[in-house]
Design a protein around this ligand. Structure first.
Ligand SMILES: Nc1ncnc2c1ncn2[C@@H]1O[C@H](COP(=O)(O)OP(=O)(O)OP(=O)(O)O)[C@@H](O)[C@H]1O
Length: 237
């Protein structure tokens, strides 16, 4: 059982200068399953993910995990839209977080090799990671984020600019991670992807959670006019 949840968010907001990027909002999250954060451009999806993960400074309110903040940070990871790749080999990238946890070099490299196999990068172990394709980089970033088996993984548009095949491969990795017990909170513009993956939905509008529900309810019976319009493909502001 995860020690991270429930998450209690109270009156939390993030500002940049005078601009309110997201919030103030309240949210209680138990097991997140695969929670999709959706909404129009500029609704605050990225800001919400960054705020929850603790990499955007709170302008107001609080974010409380069920464990202390240091433990909470250790139990979660974040995959960005443009993955951060270190200037070392694929294997070196994968082994890095394990070495940080104190694993020996041999153990870390053995685990890293297995992780590369699980995401289909086994033929590229020694390749310098900066030379990977976009899809390969994203798979590497995902494998590296998952290698310490976090309780929660945030993903900000992980398949933006990837083709159908790479997207499908990433979705397979995500589904597998969720089945193994990692909660996912993920933003996407791709409503097909949201429908394929989501167990729950947070629909954001103007920095607020405008509607929230299980994926089944949200996609079949959205309750607000804005969510209905958004799902129809209308322009929602
Ligand atoms: N560093 C910043 N400085 C000022 N405004 C910002 C900054 N980052 C984001 N914003 C603004 O905050 C709002 C929310 O941005 P955010 O990126 O969180 O939205 P989003 O829903 O992820 O958008 P998109 O779908 O386009 O990625 C937008 O109006 C954006 O222009």
């Amino acid at each position: 059982m995860s020690k991270l949840f429930p998450l209690h968010v109270k009156g939390a907001s993030v500002r940049r200068g005078r601009k309110l990027l997201v919030g103030p909002l309240d949210l209680v999250l138990d097991a997140p399953g695969i929670t999709m954060v959706i909404g129009p451009n500029g609704a605050g999806k990225t800001s919400l993910l960054r705020m929850l993960h603790g990499i955007a400074r709170l302008g107001s309110g609080s974010i409380r995990w069920a464990c202390d903040d240091t433990e909470a940070r250790r139990r979660q990871a974040f995959v960005f839209q443009s993955p951060i790749i270190m200037r070392r080999s694929v294997l070196g990238n994968l082994a890095y977080p394990l070495r940080l946890t104190g694993l020996s070099r041999a153990e870390a490299y053995a685990k890293a090799t297995q992780a590369a196999l699980e995401v289909g990068l086994q033929k590229m172990l020694d390749r310098p990671a900066p030379f990977l394709s976009g899809g390969e980089r994203q798979k590497l970033a995902l494998a590296r984020a998952l290698i310490t088996a976090p309780d929660l993984l945030f993903l900000d548009e992980p398949c933006a600019s990837l083709d159908g095949r790479a997207t499908r491969e990433i979705e397979t990795i995500l589904t597998r991670a969720a089945a193994a017990g990692t909660g996912l909170i993920m933003s996407t513009h791709d409503m097909g992807q949201a429908r394929r993956l989501a167990t729950d939905v947070l629909f954001l509008l103007n920095g607020q959670i405008h509607e929230r529900g299980t994926a089944e309810c949200f996609f079949t019976q959205p309750t607000t006019a804005q969510a209905r319009a958004f799902l129809k493909g209308d322009i929602v502001e």
